[in-house]
Design a binder for this molecule. Structure first.
Ligand code: GDP
Length: 198
C-alpha cells in the first residue's frame, strides 16, 4: 500500500486511552529484540518512528501508530515485547492482564502479527501468545523476522520448525520478513489490507 502519512499517536496504559474512532487495528506481538520496531519502521518506510532497541521489557503500554494510506486509515498497535528475563513477576502479570483483556474485548482489532525470529524455535512465551490468539479466535499471521540471517536454502527447514513448535495449521499464513532487505513487505501489506477490509 502507498502510505501518505504515519504518526505515533499514544502510548496507552489502559482501555480509557485507546482511540475511539473505530479504525481497524493491526497489532504486533513478539519477544523483546525479535525485530518488531524494525518491522514497523520498514512497513511504514520510516527510519526511526518506532524506536529500535527500546529498553527491553520496560514498556507496559500499547503504542498506537496511525497510518494514512491511499486506500484508507488504520492503526498499528505495538504490544510491549515479552520474555525479558529481568522483568518482575508482578510486571509480567500486569502485562498479561492488559494484553489478554485487549485481545478479548477490543472490537477494532482485526489481525495480530506474531513475530518470531526465523533462526530459533518459538519460546514458551511465543507458544502462550499463540494459544491466546487461537483461544480468542483472533485472525493472525506469524512473521518470521530476520530472514536475511538464514540462507535461502535453509528457509523451508526453519519454517517447518516454527510451524511444528507452535502447532500451527498449514492454512494460517507465515511470512518470511527482513527489515534489512524488505523481503516479505508486500506480502505482509496484502495480508494486513485484507484483514483491515481496505
Ligand atoms: P524489538 O525489540 O523487537 O523492537 O527489536 P528491534 O527492531 O529493536 O531489533 C533488534 C535488533 O535486531 C536490532 O539490532 C536490529 O537492527 C536487528 N534486526 C531487526 N530486524 C532485523 C532484520 O530483519 N535483519 C537483521 N539482520 N537484523 C535485524
Amino acid at each position: 500500500m502507498k502510505i501518505k502519512q504515519s504518526e505515533f499517536v499514544i502510548s496507552a496504559v489502559g482501555p480509557s486511552q485507546y482511540p475511539e474512532d473505530g479504525l481497524p487495528e493491526i497489532s504486533l506481538a513478539g519477544r523483546s529484540n525479535v525485530g518488531k520496531s524494525s518491522l514497523i519502521n520498514k512497513m511504514l518506510l520510516r527510519k526511526n518512528l518506532a524506536r529500535t532497541s527500546q529498553q527491553p521489557g520496560k514498556t507496559q503500554t500499547l503504542n498506537y501508530y496511525k497510518i494514512n494510506g491511499e486506500l484508507g486509515e488504520l492503526y498499528f498497535v505495538d504490544f510491549p515485547g515479552y520474555g525479558y528475563a529481568k522483568v518482575s513477576k508482578s510486571e509480567r502479570e500486569a502485562w498479561g492482564k492488559m494484553i489478554e483483556r485487549y485481545l478479548r474485548d477490543r472490537d477494532p482489532l482485526k489481525l495480530v502479527l506474531q513475530l518470531v525470529d526465523v533462526r530459533h524455535p518459538p519460546s514458551a512465551d511465543d507458544k502462550k501468545m499463540y494459544e491466546w490468539l487461537s483461544h480468542y479466535e483472533i485472525p493472525m499471521a506469524v512473521v518470521a523476522t530476520k530472514a536475511d540471517k538464514v540462507s535461502r536454502s535453509q528457509w523451508p527447514k526453519h519454517v517447518k520448525m516454527i510451524r511444528q513448535t507452535l502447532g500451527m495449521p498449514g492454512h494460517e499464513p507465515l511470512v518470511l520478513f527482513s527489515s534489512e532487505t524488505g523481503q516479505g513487505r508486500d506480502e505482509l501489506w496484502s495480508i494486513i489490507m485484507k484483514a483491515a477490509g481496505l
